[in-house]
Design a protein around this ligand. Sequence first.
Ligand code: TXA
Ligand code: MG
Length: 312
Amino acid sequence: MTAPILSATPDTIARAADILRRGGLVAMPTETVYGLAADASNPRAVARLYQAKGRPRFNPLIAHVASLDEARREGTFNRTAETLAAKFWPGPLTLVLPVVPQHSVCDLARAGLDSIALRRPDHPVAQALLEHFGGPLVAPSANPSGRISPTRAEHVAADMAGLVDLIIDGGPCRAGIESTIIDVRTERPMLLRPGSLKREALEQIIPSLGEQCEASNQPRSPGQLLRHYAPNAALRLNAKAPREGELYLGFGDCGGDLNLSPTGDLGEAAANLFAHLRALDQQGRPIAIAPIPMSGLGEAINDRLTRAAKRD
Ligand code: TXA
Ligand code: MG
């Protein structure tokens, strides 16, 4: 059975909320990537979600909330967390906080940790669904664990057919790269995953932003697993030109079989990254990728490309 893809009408939202209440799985658009949503308080629904993604259970999920008040019922906000939420929510920023004693997000969703990752998405469909549902929804990217994240409803349909109960089509995702994750439990907040919220924006509030060292601090995010976001094709990074037999993913005025942004706009490149990788991957040839600058969103783009290029 393949899941229906429905456009995001009020009827679809009501139907999706109903499926979620009964422990089902719904793919929903967010401003970053499509998420695979489940009722965060229902361990059976969450177990089904881990199973559908083939995701290791030690890897915790992000709980998505409709409001700051809802977030405060799940995590303990310190001053830094309050400041960041006031400035960047709704938006592509995930905060890792201590979990409150009376939380509703189940232990399985948090992989048994005493912390919780919270995010309030900036997307009308995700917000409407969260409000209608009336509680936190866990939502990892709606792809099989380790593969390329989906930025369109068709990507979810191609990867997760038969594993989800409903796909809500909200068009292409605006940002195209996952949220930035920071751990704000320590005096010096730590960047756990670069993402759609630029480091420069965070550093205006936290000038001494730390970096999580690869080998330390369990759990490591999938974003920190070396091979992730992976296509089938071999990738060669920082390539000024393609070699014989390679496809070329360009950036700026270098042309290419596809180009992330002919004008060299990093926001456009981030939005196109996963869709272009998928399209080239379907041609079954190795892919060379043009150099991408490290500034602004370039950090998150290069992070994803480096992990996608790793071979076992
Ligand atoms: O943009 C996004 O964040 C998307 C959309 C759908 O919201 N979601 C997403 O989820 O990227 P996922 O599951 O693909 O990545 C969640 C990341 C993982 O790296 C996980 O390890 C980390 O969040 N994470 C979750 N809870 C954590 C915690 N308590 N401590 C540290 N990392 C945590
Ligand atoms: Mg993911």
